[in-house]
Design a protein around this ligand. Structure first.
Ligand code: TRP
Length: 437
C-alpha cells in the first residue's frame, strides 16, 4: 500500500478554491449557455437553480462527508462505508473520470486555440467554417495533447504544490475576467434584448420533461458531482471543517459564475444581431456565434475575445485537474502506486482516449451524452441511495465541525426519497433519448 502519509490542503481557502475550481469550468460557460439557448432561456435557468439547491448541494454534501470520513478516493471510500460489494460502484466513477476528461480536454484545446487566434490576428468572419475546420483533425489533437500535458504536470506535483497553488492563482483571475466582461457587455448598445432572452421566464417550458432532465443533468455536471471528484478533494480535508457551509459556498460560487457568464454571452450575441444563430445552438454555439461577434468588433473584439477564451481555458484547467485527480488518487489508494507514476500513466492513457473525439466531433458529442450525462446521473443515484440508506451514520461525518447544523433530517430525507426519484426520471429520459430516437 501507499506508504507516504496522505497529503492535506494547507487550509480552508485552499480546499474551497480548489473545489470551486473543479466546479467552475466549461460547464458554466460553454455548456450552460448553449443549453440555456437551446432550451428557451430563463425557464431553463430557473429549473437549473432549483436543481442546484434541491439536488446538487445535498449530493455535494454527501460526497464531501464520504470523502472526508473515509479519507480516500471513491473506490476505497465505498468499500470503507459499505463493504467490498460496493467497490465496483467506485469503478464506475473512475470510468466516468476517464471518459469525461478525454473529451473535456479536446474542448479545452479549442479554447486555447481561440485565445491565441484572438490575440494574434482576430477571428475569421466565416466563423462556422473555421470552427468546422479546427474542431476536428490534427489541430484539435494538438490542442488536446497540450492541454492534457499541462493538466498531468499539475496533478503530478500533488495537492499543495500542484492543485492548490494553481487554484489559488487562477480562480481570482477567472472571477475578475468574467465580471469585467459582464460589465463590458452591459455597455454594448442593444444588450437589453440579450438580457430579456436570458432572464424573462416562459413558465410553460418548465413542464417539459426534456428541459427538466437536461437542467438536472447540467446541475450535476456543473457541480462536478456523480463521479467522486468532490469526494476525492474532501479526502484531503482536516476534520474541523464545516461541510454544510462549504457545500453552500461551492454551490453558490458555481452558480454565480454560470449566471455571470450568461450576462457576458447573451448581450454580446444580441447586441451584434446574431440572435438568429442562437436558435440553431448546438455543441459549437459558443465557438461559432461569439467569434462571429468578435470579428465584427475590430480591435476591441480581439482583446475581449482573448480575455473570454482565456477565462474559459483557465476554468477548464482547474476542472480538468480534478477529473485527473480522481483517477490518480484511485490508483494511489487501491494499487499503492506513487503519485507521479499514477498521474503520468493515466494522463497518457486519457490523452490517447481523447484522440478519437478530437478527430470526430460526433464521437465527442456521444461521449458527453454517455459519460457527462448518463454516467454522472447514475453515479449520483448510487451516491444518494448509498448515503441515504446504506451508510450507517452519515450524520457523524457531517457533525464533525458542524455540531449544531439543524438541517440533518431534511438532508437525509432528500437523499432517501426525492433525489433518487428525480434522478430515476432523469435517467429514464436520457436513456430514452439516447437509444430510442
Ligand atoms: N464541473 C466542471 C464544469 O462545470 C466539469 C467537471 C470537473 C466535472 N470535474 C467533474 C464534471 C467531475 C463532472 C464530474 O466544467
Amino acid at each position: 500500500m501507499n506508504q507516504a502519509p496522505r497529503e492535506r490542503w494547507t487550509g480552508r481557502t485552499g480546499f474551497v478554491l480548489a473545489a470551486i475550481g473543479s466546479a467552475v469550468g466549461l460547464g458554466n460557460m460553454w455548456r450552460f449557455s448553449y443549453l440555456t439557448a437551446e432550451y428557451g432561456g430563463a425557464a431553463f435557468v430557473v429549473l437549473y437553480v432549483a436543481f442546484t439547491v434541491l439536488i446538487g448541494i445535498p449530493v455535494l454534501l454527501a460526497e464531501l462527508a464520504m470523502g472526508r470520513g473515509a479519507n480516500s478516493s471513491p473506490i476505497s471510500a465505498l468499500g470503507h462505508f459499505g463493504g467490498n460489494a460496493w467497490k465496483p460502484g467506485g469503478a464506475l466513477f473512475v470510468a466516468s473520470g476517464f471518459l469525461i476528461l478525454a473529451y473535456y480536454s479536446v474542448i479545452a484545446g479549442w479554447t486555447l486555440r481561440y485565445a491565441l487566434v484572438a490575440l494574434f490576428g482576430g477571428f475569421d468572419p466565416d466563423a462556422k467554417q473555421y470552427f468546422i475546420e479546427i474542431s476536428q483533425g490534427r489541430g484539435a489533437v494538438i490542442g488536446h495533447v497540450v492541454f492534457m500535458a499541462g493538466t498531468t504536470l499539475i496533478v503530478a506535483r500533488g495537492i499543495r504544490a500542484g492543485i492548490e497553488r494553481t487554484s489559488l492563482i487562477l480562480m481570482p483571475v477567472l472571477f475578475m475576467l468574467i465580471c469585467g466582461l459582464a460589465v463590458y457587455g452591459y455597455t454594448l448598445e442593444g444588450a437589453g434584448a440579450g438580457y430579456r432572452f436570458y432572464l424573462e421566464t416562459d413558465f410553460s417550458k418548465i413542464l417539459d420533461a426534456e428541459v427538466f432532465s437536461t437542467a438536472a443533468g447540467q446541475a450535476f455536471f456543473s457541480l462536478s458531482l456523480g463521479m467522486g471528484a468532490m469526494m476525492t478533494y474532501a479526502s484531503y480535508l482536516s476534520p474541523e471543517q464545516h461541510l454544510p457551509n462549504e457545500s453552500l459556498v461551492i454551490g453558490g460560487a458555481d452558480f454565480v459564475v454560470a449566471f455571470v457568464a450568461g450576462l457576458v454571452v447573451f448581450p454580446l450575441i444580441f447586441a451584434l444581431g446574431l440572435s438568429a444563430d442562437v436558435g440553431e445552438s448546438t455543441l459549437g454555439a459558443l465557438f461559432i456565434t461569439l467569434p462571429k461577434a468578435f470579428s465584427q468588433m475590430g480591435i476591441a473584439g480581439q482583446v475581449v475575445g482573448f480575455l473570454f477564451f482565456a477565462a474559459l481555458a483557465v476554468g477548464a484547467l482547474t476542472s480538468a485537474i480534478s477529473l485527473l485527480e480522481v483517477v490518480t488518487a484511485s490508483a494511489m489508494d487501491t494499487l499503492g502506486w506513487p503519485r507521479t507514476r499514477s498521474a503520468l500513466v493515466f494522463g497518457v492513457l486519457i490523452t490517447l482516449l481523447g484522440i478519437p473525439p478530437a478527430l470526430k466531433i460526433n464521437i465527442l458529442d456521444w461521449m458527453d451524452k454517455l459519460a457527462g450525462q448518463l454516467f454522472l446521473v447514475t453515479g449520483g443515484l448510487l451516491l444518494s441511495i448509498f448515503v441515504g440508506w446504506v451508510m450507517k451514520d452519515p450524520f457523524s461525518e457531517v457533525r464533525r465541525g458542524a455540531e449544531h447544523w439543524p438541517w440533518f433530517p431534511v438532508w437525509r430525507f432528500l437523499l432517501r426519497v426525492p433525489i433518487p426519484l428525480a434522478l430515476l426520471i432523469v435517467l429514464y429520459s436520457f436513456v430514452q433519448k439516447m437509444f430510442c430516437e
